[in-house]
Design a binder for this molecule. Structure first.
Ligand SMILES: *Cc1c(COP(=O)(O)O)cnc(C)c1O
Length: 488
């Protein structure tokens, strides 16, 4: 039986209908405005189903899913964090959702004020001069930031700088964004403790280097203590420092990338500032810059006039536009609500709580799981699989077995520094009870690996679908109804 036989079923019956809008109540003349060549020639080949069929189909599918609203989600790096429901209510307020990006700014002062205030809240958390909120995602922010880096060198007539240094522990989007920005990636090695090897960095620095991309704490959750020296070395060589702030929670209100010497950074609002993400969106990847780079920020940019009015600015030296209009406003509204609800004092507790939770899990499990880099971590850490390698049970097996116990798997096989990486971030908002349950289950799986390894190797045993053929799913995806019919 193919995997989808159980999941999706032929519900369509000829002539069956759901709800239909009464034709006499709506003006259908609008159809005439659609150019002839864009009109459908035949009816869309859609399943013919009743409203109940549709509602039940999607509700049942959603029940088969796992989400942060159904269980603990200890995914390292791309962490899904607390998503207060109040934010969802705020961001559907019609006063905001009925705005149009092209309407006169005088009639949208409230939205522009929110936009402006968020730009400045992020700037003060980052220790940088200005932010743009236009990019749609972290990777898009990276691309924007690297375009700013290129604009800076170009404006100085420094045309040789076409290389960017990226550590071998970096998130995959870093080298990918560098390539898209037309830069060549040069890899710098990590030391055994996961931090950048300064001795390996030194010989890479020359007049072809545009800059370096880093994150601190790094991908292993360790703070780069030599960051001040690294910043000096890169700046002395004429390069700029880019900070990947996708996961900014460990630093909030405590440490500022600007103070560490970074010139450009992006933040993932959909990770650190409470927008639920996954399945492709929505996201927002604001980019901040130090004072000497503000003129290159993308257009449009929201500014405040002397008289207190907010206006939309198009800078002449700007690198241009990188998004339609202003970016993902709904995500910004959630981020703004989240920052205000925490406030200046409480926002300082985010990092310490995330750090405490991560260290609590790490120390509680290191007897059963191999901890390659001992010591205090920040918001996340990495195990290199089970400690007892003789069982043959892999990180993938453990991850799948966790699903049987109602937990989402951690990030696995990333970073690439270890063979059996298992990257765990509990986040700052999980309770002690939840952490203890997770720890208990992780011990239980380690015990199973020793005593009944087949239960772990064959996991998941209780989920709606068992272990998937991931290669086949990636190579021959069945993404719509038609493809399903053709494949059946
Ligand atoms: C998630 C993440 C990114 C990419 O962000 P997207 O919004 O998925 O494009 C970049 N760097 C790090 C460290 C991340 O965790």
């Amino acid at each position: 039986m193919k995997y989808y036989d159980k999941l999706i079923f032929e519900l369509s019956r000829p002539g069956r209908k759901g709800y239909e809008l009464p034709a006499d109540k709506f003006n259908t003349d609008g159809l005439a405005a659609i150019p002839q060549n864009l009109l459908r020639e035949e009816k869309a080949e859609l399943p013919e189903v009743s409203e109940l069929d549709v509602v039940r189909h999607y509700t049942n599918l959603s029940n088969k899913n796992f989400g942060v609203d159904t269980g603990f989600y200890p995914l390292g790096s791309c962490t899904m964090k607390y998503n207060p429901k109040i934010n969802e209510e705020l961001c559907v307020m019609p006063e905001f959702t009925s705005l149009h990006p092209l309407q006169n700014p005088d009639t949208a002062q409230g939205a522009l004020e929110l936009y402006y205030n968020l730009q400045h809240a992020l700037a003060s958390l980052a220790g940088l001069a200005e932010f743009t909120l236009n990019p749609y995602a972290g990777a898009h922010g990276e691309l924007t930031g690297l375009m700013i880096m290129r604009s800076y060198h170009d404006a100085r007539g420094d045309k040789k700088r076409k290389k960017v240094i990226v550590p071998n522990s970096a998130h995959g989007t870093n080298p990918a964004s560098a390539m898209v920005a037309g830069l060549e990636v040069v890899e710098v090695k990590s030391k055994p403790n996961g931090s950048i090897d300064v001795e390996d960095l030194k010989p890479l620095l020359n007049d072809e280097i545009a800059g370096i991309m880093m994150t601190n704490p790094n991908t292993l959750g360790m703070f780069e203590t030599e960051i001040i020296e690294i910043a000096k070395l890169v700046h002395d060589a004429g390069g700029l420092l880019y900070y990947d702030g996708a996961n900014f929670n460990p630093l909030l209100g405590k440490v500022r990338p600007g103070d560490m010497g970074f010139d450009i950074m992006h933040i993932n609002l959909h990770k650190t500032f409470s927008t639920p993400h996954g399945g492709g969106g929505p996201g927002s990847g604001p980019v901040g810059v130090a004072a000497h780079l503000t003129q290159f920020l993308p257009n449009p940019h929201v500014k405040k006039a002397e008289n207190g009015k907010f206006y939309v600015d198009f800078g002449k030296e700007s690198l241009g536009s990188i998004s339609t209009f202003f970016g993902n406003f709904g995500v910004m509204m959630r981020a703004y609500a989240y920052i205000l609800s925490l406030g200046k004092e409480n926002i300082r507790n985010v990092g310490p709580m995330a750090t405490l939770n991560a260290n609590y899990i790490k120390e509680s499990l290191k007897d059963d799981y191999l901890l390659p880099i001992p010591g205090v971590c920040k918001h996340e850490f990495v195990f290199d699989g089970l400690k007892d390698k003789s069982t043959g049970v892999t990180t993938l097996n453990v991850a799948k077995r966790l699903l049987d116990y109602g937990f989402h798997a951690p990030t696995i096989y990333f970073p690439l520094l270890f063979h059996e990486s298992m990257m765990i971030e509990p986040t700052e908002t999980e309770s002690l009870e939840t952490l203890d349950e997770f720890i208990e289950v992780m011990h239980k799986v380690a015990k199973e690996a020793r005593e009944t390894p087949e239960d772990v190797v064959n996991a998941p045993l209780t989920t709606p679908v068992r272990k998937l053929d991931e290669t086949n799913a990636a190579k021959n995806p069945i993404l719509n109804y038609k493809a399903l019919k053709e494949n059946a």
